[in-house]
Design a protein around this ligand. Structure first.
Ligand code: GLU
Length: 451
């Protein structure tokens, strides 16, 4: 039998770059995974022969569509919508929908690729997908958001289904938007089904879905610290973002005895030397979610805090850091600053918040560093539990779900140890997550043959 062409990593990446021009985020995500997978499959002929990595890095399909809507002044507006169905080897496509002006096909392809590994790590039967639009919800009226969501779903509905592809929220898409999209789906299809997750509790949603991503990132952090005999009690934390992930990460840090020093948004970061306690976190939640305000207004409510316009918070000395805003928000120099200031652990709440240089800096310094695909998997994990509850047509209790989330995060941590333990007390969580996620999807793909 002919032996497959064993291309090396640089040649493989050349091909990825050539086939995906002008898609830097996607190429970056593939490179981060390929660096570890090439080492892992070195002596595993079947993965090479069946071109498994090449196939995972080629989405099953990318659907692109026009979304027309009318603004409050009667102007016709045109946006682009996408759904990237990356891989369904182990379950229906699953992943959020992002509404943000920075959304491009490259961004959604990177997110769908990452989601494939993340979902595999949860141990639940979910494939990887992602969708969204370059629609900017900022400054839009509630009616405009509703009309946009309805128009988006009017095209998307034909591509999704409870056993086909199950979208959820992401940046710019929360409970309100899921409501508008679910309402439109139901109106078109007459089908009340678990086709979206992140739903309201009255109409098929799951308890703790809102909290799950942020809480999960802190559970993962606690698992990492425990390998060094440490916990979060008394530790200082720097967090970026001020949305759902960041505020719930902050909440769990506070519950576990830590002190949160920062939060941020695209305008800059706030530093509160007294610590952002539960009352202040509640203020931020209301301010950002209900009043749709900016984080800089925090210093008016809490004058001992300072606002740093146009800056990220990585220069504030801390024990642990949680990037919970967006991709590439923590660069190589930020990583060096964190380490120089004594940061011991980084747990990513966002997807790919650290750029490739930053990842290499964290790895070289051998600190406890968890990539988003492992540490932020709690959100999609509870989405998976929401799907199970919808299939069973029942709701599980909060205590049951809290325990399941903790167990799933501990399970992901264990999978990372299985493939990332480098000896001498160093665990490469990036490598562990990449290999564990890859192996599950790859083995399923092998069973299906060339499809
Ligand atoms: N957008 C979230 C993520 O990045 C959640 C996806 C979901 O619940 O399907 O994992």
């Amino acid at each position: 039998m002919a032996v497959s062409d064993h291309v090396d990593l640089p040649t493989f990446m050349e091909g990825v770059k050539k086939r995906n021009p002008y898609q830097p985020e996607f190429v970056q995500a593939v490179q981060e995974v390929a660096e570890d997978i090439f080492e892992f499959i070195q002596d595993k002929e079947e993965y090479h022969a069946q071109q498994i990595l090449r196939r995972i890095a080629e989405p099953d399909r990318v659907v692109s569509f026009r979304v027309c809507w009318e603004d409050d002044n009667g102007n016709v507006r045109v946006q682009r919508g996408w759904r990237v169905q990356n891989n369904n080897a182990i379950g229906p496509y699953k992943g959020g929908i992002r509404f943000h002006p920075s959304v491009t096909e490259s961004v959604l392809k990177f997110l769908a690729f990452e989601q494939t590994f993340k979902n595999a790590l949860t141990g639940l039967p979910m494939g990887g997908g992602k969708g969204g639009s370059n629609f900017n919800p900022k400054g839009k009226s509630v009616r405009e958001i509703m009309r946009f969501c309805q128009s988006f779903m009017t095209e998307l509905y034909r591509h999704i289904g409870a056993d086909i592809d199950v979208p959820a929220g992401d940046i710019g898409v929360g409970g309100r938007e899921i409501g508008y999209m679910f309402g439109q789906y139901k109106r078109i299809t007459n089908n009340f089904t678990g086709v979206l997750t992140g739903k309201g509790l009255e109409w098929g949603g799951s308890l703790i879905r809102t909290e799950a991503t942020g809480y999960g990132a802190v559970y993962f952090l606690a698992n990492m610290l425990a390998t060094k005999g440490e916990d979060l009690n008394g530790k200082t934390a720097v967090i970026s973002g001020s949305g759902n992930v960041a505020t719930h990460a902050a909440e769990k840090i506070v519950q576990l005895g830590g002190k949160v020093l920062t939060l941020s948004d695209s305008g800059g970061y706030i530093h509160d030397p007294d610590g952002i306690d539960q009352e202040k976190i509640d203020w931020v939640k209301t301010h950002k979610t209900h009043r749709r305000g900016r984080i800089e207004e925090y210093v008016e409510a809490y004058p001992r805090a300072t606002f740093h316009a146009g800056k990220t918070p990585w220069g504030v000395p801390c024990d642990v850091a949680l990037p919970c805003a967006t991709q590439n928000e923590l660069l190589g120099d930020d990583a060096r600053t964190l380490i120089a200031n004594g940061c011991k652990a980084v747990s990513e709440g966002a997807n790919m918040p650290t750029d490739l240089e930053g990842v290499h800096v964290f790895k070289a310094a051998k600190i406890l560093y968890a990539p988003g695909k492992a540490s932020n998997a709690g959100g999609v994990a509870v989405s998976g539990l929401e799907m199970s509850q919808n299939s069973e047509r029942r709701s599980w209790k909060e205590e049951e779900l809290q325990q399941m989330l903790k167990d799933i995060m501990a399970g992901i941590h264990k999978s990372c140890l299985a493939y990332g333990d480098q000896g001498g007390g160093y665990i490469d969580y990036v490598k562990g997550a990449n290999i564990a996620g890859f192996k599950k999807v790859a083995d399923a793909m092998l069973a299906f043959g060339v499809v």
